[in-house]
Design a binder for this molecule. Sequence first.
Ligand code: BYC
Length: 475
Amino acid sequence: MSAIDYSEKIPNNVHLGDDRTLQRALEQWQPNFIQWWDEAGPEGSSRFNVYLRTAVSVEPSGWAHFDYVKMRDYRWGIFLNPGDPERKIHFGSHLGEKAWQDVPGEHRSNLRRIIVTQGDTEPASVEQQRHLGLTAPSLYDLRNLFQINVEEARHLWAMVYLLHKHFGRDGREEAAALLQRRSGDRDNPRILGAFNEQTPDWLSFFMFTYFTDRDGKFQLAALAESAFDPLARTTRFMLTEEAHHMFVGESGVARTLARTAQVMSALKTDDPAAIRAAGAIDLPTIQRYLNFHYSVTIDLFGADQSSNAATYYNSGLKGRYDEGKRNDDRLLRDQVYRVLDIQDGRLVDKEVPMLNALNEVLRDDFIRDSIGGVERWNKVLAKAGIGFRLRVPHKAFHRNIGTLSGIKMSPDGEVVDDAQWRARQEEWLPSADDRAFVTALMGKVAEPGKFAGWIAPPTMGVNRQPVEFDYVRFN
Ligand code: BYC
């Protein structure tokens, strides 16, 4: 089961050749995928030879093979983690029953909706990152961008496989629509808010891969608990790739901070104008980018009270993060959870049934995990003797989904009125001026071992190659 067959047109470890109908359906979808990749994927990259990692087996050891690959010839395919025929459902009203190999009729539309929502984010992120290759700060960074792009595209394949195999004609229509929506398109946008925002520069890209790919980690982990076994096994495998994406974000921001700290120490100043004039990104601007990406990402967890979330859990479609390690009854019927509510224009704590608050439970798990990396970023500043500290903003800052979208709040948690919000927004979120400055700073560096002036080199290369390795050959 686990070896991947690369001799087939669509590499897979699911014996695709034994299911002619499915194979034909996927082979019809494939040219449309390639057309989408050419139109919306990394701009101008089709002839580049890139030092990429490709999955060779889904076993935990040795699934990744590194070599130069032409971007357009990347072997996208269908890889599922090995199955356990005895696997049992371990939460919700079907607790203890055998996991499902097929979609039960009564859960069909909810499962399709979850898979479509997940699938929609993958091409969306590739579209958002389409132009970044033109301004990569080094070959090392360019290669990491492309690695992420091909893997997100493979995650799209993973969801399309589930739609084609398990949802008949509806599934095929949804799979086609995944290639038709476009990030930010006014008439046919991507489903979730954050995936319609722009990722116009590399600071945005690093914040996106740190925060938004981490939403991916938590959502995929919750889906990896699913009673629908094919979904659980596909998402489990996707998670192995997500770790690298978050590493790119965390180390990218850390390297940006290291360079800024170097400039601040050399010039003995914390004046943003002086730091900008020296070609580095000042810390208040980095904080504003953090505020933006953090707030749009926590919106991705959905409303704080959601009957959908209760249904998904109760029916076994979507678990909690690390469901297997929780030691409650995994039914959650009598349990409560504290959420924030708004009363008379102020935030108050409120207890609600846990089942309805599962989006909030996952968001809180995400918040704890996110803060860990922000503290590691602060160590870069502390080590350089700089007093400034980055912070994640208050949970109610700049929210558009759920109860908290009903209040305006500063990053520090101070309630503000509309006029104050308008007056101070530019202190808290990237202004047009910030974005113009960051964009102007970006310029492509394509010589092996050289890095743009606003970012420090990494401490290590990819797959034990030196930092000055030629990770991308432009031909
Ligand atoms: N923007 O009851 P609610 C990743 C909609 S990232 C716009 O709270 P529910 C990746 C919602 O659809 C992981 N709309 O919804 C990362 C619903 O609409 P309808 C992606 C939003 O269902 C980086 C309505 O509001 N995976 O993999 O409880 C790069 C009511 O809301 C938003 C998943 O998300 C929003 N932010 O929760 C590449 C997992 N939030 O139907 C990839 C699958 C909510 O009433 N998705 N709405 O018109 C889910 O589990 C759920 O759909 C959600 C929403 C948690 C997202």
